[in-house]
Design a protein around this ligand. Structure first.
Ligand code: SF4
Ligand code: SF4
Length: 192
């Protein structure tokens, strides 16, 4: 992937960003990174990333918050844990990717129209509300929010799948929605 190089000035850096990451469980050890590159070497997706895992951790601890949160890397990560396994400093790179994804969603700075953050947001919204995800509804929401024109192109295939019973529109949900909401509310308070 082509990476646009820009000159950054110290005044633009967010020095608190690394401190914030280190305060979140899973991000404590980023300052221990020795830039050996074992994470990038073992990552099956690093060739497609705009910043390799090694570079991402260096940018994060230096305070390049915008570059890190806008990066495609955190959304391409497939959570395979290969980087975490190969790190000689026991840095939990995969957990770091999750921390950064959550922050990017919170601050609404993920790459616009990029489907993965939208899918993740819609999935959590649906599961938080219903306790289950309904794949067809999730897919429709995703297409409408990322590429609405594609909806018309996919409609004939969707209708065929509906007719043959391969997909359904019935909303999946659990009975104990109130209890789920209490648990999620408590978790939210805990992590706030
Ligand atoms: S493997 Fe660990 S120490 Fe080496 S660059 Fe990656 S995060 Fe840093
Ligand atoms: S967990 Fe993510 S960053 Fe780490 S090796 Fe797998 S895909 Fe790459």
């Amino acid at each position: 992937m082509h990476v646009k190089r820009v000159v950054k000035y110290e005044a633009e850096l967010d020095r608190d960003f690394a401190d914030w990451i280190m305060s979140v469980p899973g991000g404590e050890k980023i300052r221990d990174c020795i830039q050996c590159g074992a994470c990038s070497g073992s990552c099956p997706l690093s060739v497609y990333m705009d910043h390799t895992p090694r570079r991402l951790i260096n940018l994060a601890r230096a305070g390049f918050k915008d570059e890190v949160l806008n990066s495609f890397t955190i959304w391409l990560c497939a959570s395979c844990y290969s980087c975490t396994d190969s790190c000689p400093m026991n840095i939990k790179m995969t957990d770091l990717m999750y921390i950064l994804k959550r922050k990017a969603i919170e601050e609404k700075v993920y790459p616009k129209k990029f489907p993965i953050p939208v899918l993740s947001k819609e999935f959590f919204k649906m599961v938080g509300r219903e306790g289950r995800s309904t794949e067809t509804r999730l897919l429709v929401n995703l297409i409408l929010k990322t590429n609405p024109l594609k909806f018309f192109g996919l409609a004939p295939l969707g209708l065929k799948l509906l007719k043959t019973g391969r997909i359904g529109l019935k909303k999946e949900s659990i009975k104990a929605k109130k209890e789920l909401s209490t648990i999620l509310g408590a978790l939210k308070e805990e992590t706030a």
